[in-house]
Design a protein around this ligand. Structure first.
Ligand code: MN
Length: 135
């Protein structure tokens, strides 16, 4: 058993991987005998990830606000608290806040043998970010 006290600093999302201001708190860290990596991620309005993939897929669970997500070739979808999204292994996608709302989600992945959680691509342009369905 290992207790990690609430002393880890909130980390900003790196600019290479995110557009806008994003704040990340660790929920579960992979290590001895566990490949689970989980984070609480807070996106300010308009902030979003870059395009990326996960070697073993990813589940996000929205806890607050209004967000958007998209898989490559699909429509931009609106996501709300209580929604969860599974991105398939190697499925290219992005996720983030709505333009005028915060969005918080818990993100969960299994890292690969090398400890890699994601492979990152280009930023999501304003054009790609716009035009959601289901508004
Ligand atoms: Mn993802």
């Amino acid at each position: 058993m290992q207790i990690t006290r609430n002393a880890t600093e909130t980390a900003p999302g790196p600019a290479d991987w995110f557009t806008g201001s994003v704040l990340i708190d660790a929920v579960a860290a992979p290590g001895e005998g566990s490949r689970i990596s989980a984070s609480a991620v807070r996106f300010t309005p308009g902030a979003r990830t870059a395009w990326h993939t996960h070697p073993n897929g990813q589940t996000i669970y929205v806890t607050e606000g209004v967000g958007r997500c998209q898989r490559r070739g699909g429509p931009v979808e609106v996501i709300r608290p209580g929604d969860r999204v599974f991105f398939e292994p190697r499925e290219e996608h992005w996720h983030g806040a709505a333009p005028d709302r915060f969005m918080t989600h818990i993100a969960m992945v299994e890292v690969d043998e090398a400890g890699n959680a994601a492979d990152w691509g280009t930023h999501v342009s304003d054009e790609e970010y716009s035009s959601p369905v289901g508004e």
